[in-house]
Design a protein around this ligand. Structure first.
Ligand code: SF4
Length: 455
């Protein structure tokens, strides 16, 4: 497997080995699937979109629909305008979505296709819509693609003259449908009326009915996106996935928007709920206080197993920062924090969180990193536990490390997209996953006579 990864660290700028991110259109496609009756459309060759669809389908275990401009040599030389025009006509004729959300690819970006002009000039049926965003994959990551697509919906559709309403605009960040359901439960318990964009519940976690529906019943409606222009204020979850949509909504419609970290762990969820309490004027209900108490109870009960465990956390930036917060609350000692998404903000935020626990200057923190480097860090420093996406599996095997799957993607296990990791309930699930993994390893390694049943 990866047993041959060398220990010696060499400075690398122009090479990624075992990347820790995927390309922008994957995020754009996921965002577009969270809009009702929307067909995501990839403006490029068929090879790109088949990869993007496969990637999402393998994580969610659900079909991820998308169409393609089917570039061949002609479009690559003369531009993809004609391909896009015939694609849009065919998609509306054959599949009848309400809206097509076009994202670009490396090829259409490189040849300089002007999607704005193409869309302005094409014939679109009166009751249908076409929107777009730019997703050049040689910069950023799937997280930027996601943010760009959400911002694209707002640029095209949010109506600055929409009647004022008392709702909260809510950008959930790049999370699983299980997290989206948890957000909704918390918002409802706090008495906050909201418009969530995007909302993949009912689309990427739709139940098996025996009947295939190309457009399942979930997703944010076009009317709701228009009404975002009139919301009282907005909350954007996660600096990396949601700041861009928040900025666009503010500049287009003047809506004040606050950016918060993903609500992982006790403190993250406390902050989120206090914000909802300020917005709604409602106190935090007893049922949530009790959930908080149960999470703290588990943290205390299992503390001897969590305490001082040196862990390595990798994945998407907002998610890694959230898991870092929870790991510190559990009493663990995160020593490696790495994301493939570029942006020095990740490093600054991670260091701030570590400093709040007296760990300033400790551990290794890196954005724009890769799994090869993480593996090298582990070879040099050791680690008690690895937490991240399925792509950590080879490192865990090579180094014989206990491994907790969390984040995007989890390709080689089932049910992860259904389980929240956010909120107190999500904290309970993630803390239990970590405790189980540590204790399974202890059971594996101890002598038979030390195999305890009573803890
Ligand atoms: S060519 Fe670009 S857009 Fe297409 S799959 Fe590769 S990185 Fe993604």
């Amino acid at each position: 497997m990866l047993d041959q990864t060398p220990k010696e660290l060499i400075k690398r700028d122009g090479l990624r080995i075992n990347p820790l991110k995927t390309c922008q259109p994957v995020g754009a496609l996921y965002a577009a699937l969270g809009v009702k009756k929307c067909m995501p459309h990839s403006h490029g060759s068929q090879g790109c979109v088949s990869y993007h669809r496969t990637f999402l389908t393998r994580h969610f275990k659900e079909p991820a629909i998308a169409s393609s401009s089917s570039f061949t040599e002609g479009a690559s030389v003369f531009g993809g305008g004609a391909n896009l025009r015939s694609s849009v006509k065919n998609i509306f004729d054959l599949y009848d979505p309400d809206i097509i959300a076009v994202h670009t690819t490396c090829l259409s970006e490189t040849i300089g296709d002007d999607l704005n002009s193409y869309i302005l000039e094409m014939e679109i049926p009166d009751d249908k819509l076409v929107v777009h965003c730019n997703t050049p994959s040689y910069v950023g990551s799937h997280i930027h693609g996601y943010a760009n697509m959400v911002a694209g919906f707002i640029k095209y559709l949010a109506d600055k003259n929409a009647p004022k309403n008392e709702k909260l605009g809510f950008f959930p960040g790049f999370v699983n449908p299980g997290d989206l359901r948890e957000y909704k439960r918390l918002l409802e318990l706090m008495g906050v009326e909201f418009i969530m964009l995007p909302d993949q519940t009912g689309v990427m976690d739709s139940p098996m009915t025996g009947v295939y529906e190309m457009f399942p019943k979930g997703g944010t409606t076009i009317e709701e996106i228009r009404a975002l222009g009139g919301v009282k204020e907005a909350l954007a979850m996660g600096d990396f996935a949601s700041t861009e949509p928040a900025l666009v909504l503010k500049s287009k419609c003047g809506v004040e928007t606050k950016v918060l970290p993903l609500p992982f762990g006790v403190e993250g969820t406390d902050k989120f709920l206090m914000e909802l309490s300020r917005i709604s004027g409602n106190p935090v209900p007893k049922v949530l206080e009790e959930e908080r108490g149960r999470l703290i109870d588990l943290m205390l009960d299992a503390n001897p197993y969590f305490y001082a465990k040196r862990c390595s956390i990798f994945g998407d930036p907002d998610t890694v920062l959230g898991i870092l917060s929870l790991a510190l609350e559990l009493g663990m000692k995160p020593i490696h924090l790495i994301t493939g998404t570029p942006g020095e903000l990740f490093e600054r935020k991670a260091k701030e969180i570590l400093a709040a626990y007296g760990l300033e200057g400790e551990g290794r923190v890196k954005s724009s990193g890769d799994l090869f480097e993480l593996h090298q860090w582990i070879k040099n420093d050791g680690s008690d536990l690895l937490i991240g996406t399925s792509y950590g599996k080879q490192i865990a095997k090579a180094e014989d490390l206990p491994f907790v799957r969390a984040g995007f993607p989890v390709l080689d296990r089932y049910g992860h997209a259904y389980e929240p990791l956010l909120g107190y309930q999500g904290g309970l699930i993630l803390a239990k996953r970590i405790a189980d993994t540590i204790m399974d390893r202890m059971d594996r390694d101890v002598l038979d006579e030390d195999l305890e049943v009573v803890m």
